[in-house]
Design a protein. Structure first.
Length: 349
């Protein structure tokens, strides 16, 4: 729902009733994962998507009915040869969608505010009721104290790990949608390639920081869309900032006086992705310097250098796509191979 926050806030401000449809379960090759959301308002306007187009028409009709009746619904959309181009999913999957009126979404304004500010929050839902779980408190009820306690505990654990999905609490199925704070992308080197990488990082939902020791290059005018600009020696900044298992580090300076001390620090962090730009010769020289400084081979094996997938990229924007593609592939276990050459399910089993 993070991607439709601005639209929902506008509807709330204007007092327009709406319904939110959320994917709560998927089977086989479903195009969107649990948590994907689509909203329909009383004027017929639509935000978001639950299936990439396959069943949006049916969900739209159901959401319109929910707005009119004020009663939540749970719908399942699957596929067979006979209905693939009517309501079902042509990809062969099945999704379960919960559709709720805004009046049933307890704490909606608080949730939307948290999402807009990047603060962690989770929503626990059953048809017609919602409870909001924060790291330090809960708000609302699912209608039963014991159910609230059990579901709230599970939601707190899922929020800590940024996971969403259906769970069983007190022998009832509830849906937990958690929104952890956005993962970080830190781009080192305020060059033209960094501007393109920062833009695509924002597009992917990262909280983006650009760091460079040269203040003349690291300016808001050159990087208007990033969340933070830091003028500091890269390795010093990295030593003092938070890096977790979701963090992405893109080293674009390709200058050994910056790269080597920075990567000595980076390769000992839990960052999910560490990539460094440079020619083959630059990358080989960098590895030699890192080995000489005592970085073990196990740590060096985590380094993606030259950074990005082989897309034949030339421009900064094309290079940013190649880098983003490698980050996505690493995050989800993708091979980076053309889908036309593969036989495995596109969205996993």
């Amino acid at each position: 729902m993070r991607d439709i926050v601005d639209g929902l806030l506008a509807w709330r401000t204007a007092g327009i009733p709406f319904a939110v449809a959320t994917v709560v379960s998927t089977w086989r090759s479903a195009p969107r994962q649990p948590g994907a959301a689509m909203a329909v308002n009383a004027h017929g306007e639509v935000l978001g998507s639950v299936s990439g187009g396959c069943v949006e028409g049916a969900v739209y009709a159901a959401a319109t009915e929910v707005i009119e009746t004020g009663k939540a619904q749970k719908q399942t959309y699957g596929v067979s040869d006979g209905d693939a181009f009517e309501v079902g999913l042509t990809c062969g999957g099945t999704i379960e969608v919960m559709i709720q009126p805004d009046s049933a979404l307890t704490g909606l304004d608080s949730v939307l505010s948290a999402l807009g500010e990047g603060r962690p929050v989770a929503a626990v839902s059953v048809p017609g009721a919602q409870m909001v779980v924060w790291p330090e408190r809960t708000e609302g009820t699912l209608g039963d104290a014991e159910l609230d306690r059990s579901a709230g505990q599970q939601a707190a654990g899922m929020l800590a790990h940024g996971r969403s999905g259906a769970v069983t609490a007190c022998e009832r199925e509830v849906f937990v949608q958690s929104w952890a704070a956005p993962a970080r992308m830190i781009v080192f080197g305020a060059i033209d390639f960094a501007s393109a990488v920062a833009r695509i990082g924002k597009f992917l939902g990262y909280r983006v920081t650009v760091c460079d020791a040269r203040g003349v290059f690291a300016t808001p005018a050159r990087f208007p869309d990033v969340d933070e600009i830091v003028v500091e020696w890269p390795h010093r900044y990295l030593e003092g900032t938070e890096v977790d298992e979701r963090t992405v580090l893109c080293v674009l300076t390709h200058d050994p006086k910056f790269d080597v001390p920075l990567l000595e620090v980076a390769l000992h962090t839990p960052a999910r992705y560490i990539g460094a730009m440079g020619s083959r010769r630059t990358c080989e020289d960098r590895l030699r310097r890192l080995r000489e400084s005592g970085v073990p081979e196990e740590a060096l094996s985590r380094l993606r250098a030259p950074i990005g997938l082989d897309l034949g990229a030339r421009t900064p924007e094309e290079t940013a796509v190649a880098i983003a593609a490698e980050i996505v592939a690493l995050s989800w276990g993708g091979s980076g191979a053309p889908l036309t050459d593969l036989t495995a399910p596109i969205h996993g089993s």
